[in-house]
Design a protein around this ligand. Structure first.
Ligand SMILES: Cc1cc2nc3c(=O)[nH]c(=O)nc-3n(C[C@H](O)[C@H](O)[C@H](O)COP(=O)(O)OP(=O)(O)OC[C@H]3O[C@@H](n4cnc5c(N)ncnc54)[C@H](O)[C@@H]3O)c2cc1C
Length: 448
């Protein structure tokens, strides 16, 4: 076993200005691409060794894509063509702005410029019970847990003779009617229609229920009312049971209790209801705003800390047009990363940095086969097939790496004609840590 005190970050000393980037997400990778060979030493820390394309994560969770289709190794993205670039697979635990150092479990590193691009994590609003039993969808391991859980539920439903247990296994509750919740609900509904009856001929899928629970008065609240209305219609047509203005009060692993009293028996609650900033310790609470985001000025500098920047989901930049900050989408992160890179070059040349201006390219959500909605610049709203084709092209265009584009495109084309989902594999069964009985079952049957 490696001992942490025997390890070191092993970053060469340099006379160049050192930029330390925490996070290889949309913000981080676009910053580094634009800083390529511009006279900096660049050090990137991430707790995973890949860049994840989260807009397609739900397809991994619902057996549409394998994880390698949506992930690109960071070392491959920033290969030997990048002079003086250093990646370290490590979690950053703290920052000390007074000494200008970042701390990790295997040592600390001095920075001249620090860019925090750590994104967000799931927010359970302090409800520990819900956190313990539900499935968040923010990382690839979480998506694989959910994929296993979905497939295991059908396997178990097909071998139980207990109608109550079967009901619970065939009920799926998705909490949060934002883009992720809607996309997951739509995708599970498509499985119910096209895939599952063939796989499990003995199961009656008219008994399988998919609930979508939203606290506000419409689905897709970040999008336009037109997009919400269309999406609501599409979801209902697909047989999804929508509860609006409804909050989840509790989930004990067996039953979801909604505020208002309704109870749903289920083994699977998918949590897509909220996120909070993935903060790094060491910054004062004055710079932490609503949603755990870091308050930054128009140059993405954390307020009051020269040389320390935050970009993407973790950053909250208040502007006249966006008084609550930019939306938590890939585009603001990409644009802030690119813009900050240009500003860093300006700063070392003693030129004046420029203020960030967000260019809204619109937003899209997919509900299922041939059904999507789009809000485009100029107050243009689209739905149906045209929006669906737009969604496909935009996602292929922004996917990182030619290999991923090719895999995703071929998977989608295959699925379009066959309705197949080739990745219905339980590679690593999901078993709750405290469920001894299930652990024993998996071990005895050598399932995992
Ligand atoms: C399921 C899902 C679906 C989405 N769908 C869409 C969509 O359809 N369209 C859209 O525009 N946006 C979508 N988003 C939002 C979009 O992915 C984010 O807005 C975007 O990823 C933000 O980029 P970022 O660089 O700020 O953070 P991220 O891309 O999340 O990257 C953060 C990185 O920081 C790393 N990190 C975090 N903490 C530490 C630490 N302490 N030490 C080291 N590394 C750390 C993480 O491992 C990660 O690699 C979706 C998000 C999710 C989760």
């Amino acid at each position: 076993m490696l001992k942490f005190d025997k390890l070191s970050l092993n970053i060469p000393e340099t006379t160049k200005p050192r930029v330390v980037v925490i996070g290889g997400g949309f913000g981080g990778i676009n910053l580094v691409k634009k800083l390529k060979n511009k006279g900096f030493q660049i050090v990137m820390f991430d707790k995973q060794n890949y860049h994840g394309f989260w807009p397609l994560l739900y397809q991994v969770a619902t057996a549409g894509l394998e994880p390698d289709a949506i992930a690109e190794p960071l070392r491959k993205l920033f290969d030997e063509d990048y002079d003086d670039f250093h990646f370290r697979l490590v979690r950053v635990t703290g920052v000390d702005p007074a000494r200008k150092v970042v701390t990790t479990l295997i040592g600390e590193l001095h920075y001249d410029y620090l860019v925090i691009s750590t994104g967000t994590k799931a927010n359970f609003f302090g409800n520990e019970q819900v956190q313990k039993f539900s499935f968040p969808l923010k990382t690839i391991p979480e998506a694989l847990n959910l994929r296993s859980q979905l497939l295991q539920s059908f396997e178990q439903a097909s071998i139980t003779r207990d109608p109550v247990a079967q009901e619970s296994l065939l009920n799926f509750v998705i909490v949060g009617g934002g883009p992720t919740g809607v996309e997951v609900a739509g995708s599970i509904a498509e499985m119910r229609k096209h895939v599952l009856p063939g796989d499990y001929p003995g199961l009656d899928f008219s008994r399988m229920k998919i609930y979508l629970i939203e606290g506000l008065d419409r689905v897709l609240p970040p999008m336009s009312p037109e997009a919400s209305k269309k999406t609501h219609e599409y979801l209902e047509k697909m047989g999804i049971l929508i509860r609006l203005n409804t909050l989840v009060e509790n989930y004990d692993g067996e039953t979801v209790t909604l505020k208002g009293g309704e109870q749903i028996r289920t083994q699977t609650v998918i949590w897509a209801a909220g996120v909070t900033g993935a903060l790094i310790d060491g910054l004062p609470k004055e710079v932490v705003a609503r949603g755990g985001r870091l308050l930054v000025d128009r140059y993405n500098q954390v307020e009051g800390f020269p040389g320390l920047f935050a970009i993407g989901d973790i950053a909250l930049m208040k502007t006249d047009k966006y008084p609550n900050g930019h939306p938590g989408l890939a585009q603001p992160a990409i644009q802030q990363g690119q813009h900050l890179a240009k500003n860093l070059v300006r700063m070392v040349r003693n030129e004046k940095p420029e203020e960030f201006e967000y260019f809204d390219k619109g937003s899209l959500a997919i509900i299922g086969r041939s059904r999507a909605v789009a809000d485009l610049p100029g107050n243009v709203h689209m739905g149906g097939f045209l929006a669906w084709v737009t969604w496909l092209f935009v996602h292929i265009y922004y996917l990182v790496g030619f290999r991923s584009k090719l895999i995703v495109l071929s998977n989608w084309a295959y699925r379009l004609f066959t309705y197949e989902r080739g990745t219905r594999l339980i590679i690593r069964p999901f078993v709750r840590k405290d469920d001894k009985e299930a652990q024993e079952f998996v071990m005895k049957n050598e399932l995992g």
